[in-house]
Design a protein around this ligand. Structure first.
Ligand code: LMR
Length: 397
């Protein structure tokens, strides 16, 4: 019966995690998946999360079905975080928001919605992008193309080529953008560049889909949302998928959100209904535990402030690791320029290592990075950084 079912070679990121787990070498280092580990190499449970979870457990609460689009306080929190509480679109109730199963769930619900209501649209992602962007949009039935983005020669953006490419797109084509901490390159647009890109999007009537999975890990909560707020200021209709996996360290709870900025509150209500309909047909409604945790942290002033502080501690530790790795490698290979480590932002660094070099790191040294050369800097700590620098220098020689 299943002879025609094709073999699945596994996911380049999640498969690497499995390989890492199975590796029995004691010196192994996991720099593959985009997960933040603390200085002790542990996955942190944030203090603000502990507080809410303690409240939720004492006494244990019943678990009714949540609404299809999640808890109202959760949805409002997504909007405040992404747009700022005073944003005119929030005040005018022009944003349809739903809780989703992580950022991937948000992309999936958004992709399904767009495919239904804009069936002729094509989708364009940055070259390169997070692999699952392509998978999710193709899975929803789209043809997915790439717009020029990363230029290894300058460890920056092919900005003119990107703009020229966007100029040629058709009305209602979807452009997937990373507002901060670009995955996998760590290379972001400047504010001036965002302004230009968003003007093109407006002029050409394209549909921006902003995927923000690392809010708070770039500069700060507000600055990281610059592109989203600017797009909304320009009066653009846009999709925003967000994730709490990283900034609340709640990976397995699958907590994310999808927000759609609409021209009017009346359209937002219709979009909200169709998002509910989309969700009902895929998984009905979101799980409750993560939802209550996010709701609890985001809607209590003291816990919210504590949370932002905890995110900045993670951000600063990553920055410190970037600097230390840059220094260590520059000392070992002074003829090479490693300044890109501290220029790139967020959890990832595109190291420029070739797939062969990445494989050597894994096979010979038990250091795991993604085969495209992406390293999760958040997996470094003061105990493994010298080892990683020595191994990298060895394969780069
Ligand atoms: C990553 O890019 O490593 C993370 O977003 C995890 C994932 O699902 O790929």
């Amino acid at each position: 019966m299943f002879q025609h079912v094709e073999f699945y070679a596994g996911d380049p990121i999640l498969g690497l995690m499995d390989k890492y787990k199975a590796d029995e070498r004691s010196q192994k280092v996991n720099l593959g998946v985009g997960v933040y580990y603390d200085e002790e190499g542990r996955l942190p449970v944030l203090e603000c999360v502990k507080t809410v979870e303690t409240q939720l457990a004492n006494p244990p609460k019943p678990r009714p079905y949540l609404p299809m689009d999640g808890l109202p306080g959760y949805r409002a929190a997504c909007q405040r975080l992404l747009f700022g509480s005073d944003h005119i679109a929030v005040k005018e109730k022009r944003i349809a928001s739903t809780a989703t199963l992580g950022g991937s769930g948000a992309l999936c619900v958004g992709a399904n919605f767009i495919h239904r209501w804009f069936p002729k649209a094509r989708v364009f992602v940055s070259d390169p992008t997070w692999g699952n962007h392509i998978g999710i949009f193709e899975g929803a039935g789209f043809e997915v193309g790439k717009y020029p983005y990363y230029n290894p020669a300058i460890i920056g953006v092919r900005f003119d080529e990107m703009c020229a490419f966007l100029q040629e797109l058709r009305e209602n084509d979807v452009v997937l953008l990373h507002p901060c901490c670009h995955n996998p390159t760590g290379v972001d647009l400047s504010r001036e560049q965002w302004d230009q890109v968003l003007n093109i999007i407006k002029e050409k009537k394209l549909i921006p889909f902003m995927d923000i999975a690392y809010q708070g890990f770039g500069d700060d909560m507000d600055s990281d949302a610059y592109a989203i707020r600017r797009a909304a200021d320009l009066g653009l209709s846009l999709f925003v998928s967000n994730s709490f996996s990283k900034n609340l360290s709640l990976y397995g709870e699958r907590v994310g959100g999808l927000s759609v900025v609409c021209p009017s509150d009346e359209e937002a209500r219709r979009v909200q209904g169709q998002l509910q309909f989309t969700i009902r047909r895929i998984y009905s409604s979101p799980p409750s535990h993560g939802g209550y945790v996010v709701d609890g942290v985001m809607n209590d002033e003291a816990l919210f402030t504590q949370w932002v502080g905890e995110v900045y501690v993670m951000r600063d530790r990553i920055r410190d690791m970037r600097q230390k790795l840059q220094d260590a490698l520059s000392e070992k290979l002074p003829e090479r320029d490693f300044s890109y480590f501290t220029k790139q932002r967020g959890m990832f660094s595109f190291t420029g290592l070739t797939p062969e070099q990445a494989e050597r790191l894994q096979k010979e040294f038990a250091v795991y990075i993604v085969s495209n050369g992406r390293m999760c800097v958040a997996g470094l700590n003061s105990k493994n950084i010298d080892y990683v620098a020595a191994c990298m220098a060895e394969v780069l020689k």
